[in-house]
Design a protein around this ligand. Structure first.
Ligand code: NAG
Ligand code: NAG
Ligand code: NAG
Ligand code: NAG
Ligand code: NAG
Ligand code: NAG
Length: 504
């Protein structure tokens, strides 16, 4: 529309141009990019034709088809001819002018309108271009988005790839873990099997241990039994040793006794000779002391061997008199000092006595009975141990029965230093030897303890036991014993039993 208008205007201008080329007034209009040229008609040259009419239409505006020369000439002629016509002409011109101006205004309006529409067109074109640009941009964006989506799909595929790979790895891992689990299961089974085996072995071990413990206990008890046996055997052996010692002593003793006998025989012979010599000397009353107390009272104060004549008897006995101990006058019944004499003898030996008064000696039960029953006697027992300690026990009333009563013991009114209690058995205890068992034991004390003594069961004393030459840690039941002084294991080096009248 706009373009059509422009064309139209251009065409109009072309049509007008030859007519108004030289002197006509030109109007230029500039509107935006477009410029418009209007050529206004000249009044002085115009001579109005009859059919010339100025209209406000464009067709009317077009120059009259009369050539300008003719027109001018016509006008000029009109002016020259008639001034009223001219005036009329002027007026018509003025109205034409007015019309033209109106037309111009209209045109202007129209142009303005057109311009506005052009503007709108321009705006529309601008919108078009903008939309085109937008479209381009859109396409660009679309392409870009397509690119992006492509990239995105790439990324997605990559991600998918990664995830699939990860899934594969996961699968592999799960497979691996499954395998591991299987392995672990197998291992645990193995372990449980091993532990079962171990517990079984432990049970076996326990059983073996208990068995061995029982066996060990049995062995230990056997060992203890064996030890006891050995102890008993050793005791037996020691006893046998003692017996062996005494028997060896026996043989040597026999020899020494023989020597002593020959000695005494020679002495006797010498004395007989002497007697023969002093037979001429006025005969004195024959000495007949019944004990050493009498000998002491007769003035003899030297300890030694003397002969006494037992009361109510013609029988004389050689005795050792102790003239020193507690005033002297002691008749010795028993004496031991070096173990040279065997005291493990039978009933008869103890009955008649054995040994020599000069050495180890037993006076004899018959003699003791006769002596101690002739009057009241005191018994004095002297003891000396291996360390040289001395002690004594004294009984102010002492005697023994005769053989009818198996030489029963009567010893009372005890005193002394060898123990607070009497080690002799109580009154009435019979005498026992290895061949006459009168003790109150089911055993045979004389054989167990050896020697002849007043054993009860078997009692706390035995001064006629075996004389052991040296002390020993082994408990001996058959040695010399005085229990309440030194206990069961007393090592006596010296013992003496002696009597003197209680009223001495
Ligand atoms: C002006 O226009 C009016 C109406 O169109 C017309 O009647 C009149 O004659 C015109 N005047 C001239 C001088 O052409
Ligand atoms: C994943 O990517 C690797 C290389 O990065 C390629 O070799 C493989 O074939 C791809 N796998 C899939 C399933 O696309
Ligand atoms: C010792 O000799 C006497 C005889 O002298 C004898 O009776 C006694 O049995 C002997 N003792 C031992 C232990 O052999
Ligand atoms: C024991 O003593 C007597 C008398 O002193 C003596 O003859 C004898 O040789 C002594 N015996 C021993 C073994 O010492
Ligand atoms: C000694 O013998 C006489 C008679 O023979 C007798 O009367 C007296 O009691 C006896 N004395 C002793 C101690 O035995
Ligand atoms: C003395 O001992 C013997 C045997 O050893 C016995 O038969 C007798 O009865 C005893 N005598 C007394 C009085 O106990």
């Amino acid at each position: 529309m706009f373009r059509l208008l422009v064309l139209y205007l251009a065409y109009l201008a072309y049509l007008l141009s030859p007519a108004i080329s030289s002197e006509r007034q030109q109007h230029h209009l500039q509107h935006g990019l477009c410029s418009y040229t209007f050529i206004l008609p000249e009044v002085e040259h115009c001579h109005p034709s009859n059919d010339f009419q100025v209209t406000n239409t464009l067709q009317r505006d077009s120059p009259p088809e009369v050539s300008p020369d003719t027109g001018q000439s016509k006008l000029g002629k009109a002016q020259k001819e008639r001034p009223s016509w001219q005036e009329k002409k002027l007026e018509s011109l003025e109205s034409a002018m007015e019309n033209n101006t109106q037309w111009l205004q209209k045109l202007e309006n129209f142009i303005q309108e057109n311009v506005r529409s052009g503007m709108e067109e321009m705006k529309r074109t601008a919108v078009h271009t903008q939309t085109a640009a937008m479209l381009e941009m859109g396409t660009n964006l679309l392409s870009q988005s397509a690119e992006q989506t492509r990239k995105l799909t790439d990324v997605e595929t990559q991600v998918l790839n990664q995830t699939s790979r990860l899934e594969i790895q996961l699968l592999e891992y799960s497979l691996f873990t499954n395998q591991l689990e299987k392995h672990i299961l197998q291992q645990t089974q193995e372990i449980s099997r091993l532990s079962d085996k171990n517990s079984f072995l432990e049970q076996r071990l326990l059983a073996l241990e208990t068995q061995y413990g029982r066996e060990l206990q049995g062995l230990e008890s056997e060992k203890q039994q064996l030890q006891e046996l050995v102890e008993r055997q050793s005791q037996l052996v020691s006893r046998l040793q003692g017996e062996l010692g005494s028997s060896t002593l026996n043989s040597t003793l026999l020899q020494s006794q023989q020597a002593v006998l020959t000695d005494t025989v020679q002495q006797l012979l010498a004395r007989v000779n002497k007697c023969d010599e002093i037979s001429n000397v006025p005969k004195r009353e024959p000495l007949s002391f019944r004990d050493c107390a009498e000998i002491l009272q007769s003035g003899v104060t030297e300890s030694g061997i003397y002969i006494i004549r037992l009361p109510n008897s013609t029988h004389t006995v050689k005795v050792f008199c102790d003239m020193k101990t507690q005033g002297g006058g002691w008749t010795v019944l028993q004496h031991r000092r070096n173990g040279s004499l065997d005291f493990h003898r039978g009933w008869r030996d103890y009955k008649v006595g054995f040994g020599e008064p000069s050495g180890e000696h037993w006076l004899g039960n018959d003699n003791i009975h006769k002596l101690t029953t002739s009057q009241e006697y005191s018994l004095h027992i002297q003891l000396k141990d291996s360390e040289g300690n001395e002690a004594f026990s004294q009984y102010d009333h002492f005697y023994i029965d005769g053989e009818d009563n198996n030489y029963s013991l009567h010893a009372e009114r005890f005193s002394g230093t060898a123990g607070r209690t009497s080690s002799l058995t109580h009154t009435g205890t019979e005498f026992s030897t290895k061949d006459r068992d009168n003790d109150r034991c089911t055993c045979k004390c004389a054989q167990l303890a050896s020697g002849g003594w007043w054993f009860e069961a078997c009692g706390p004393s035995n001064l006629n036991g075996i004389y052991y030459p040296s002390s020993s840690s082994v408990v001996r039941y058959n040695g010399i014993k005085w229990y309440y002084w030194k206990g069961p294991n007393f090592m006596a080096t010296m013992t003496t039993m002696m009597v003197r009248p209680a009223n001495f």
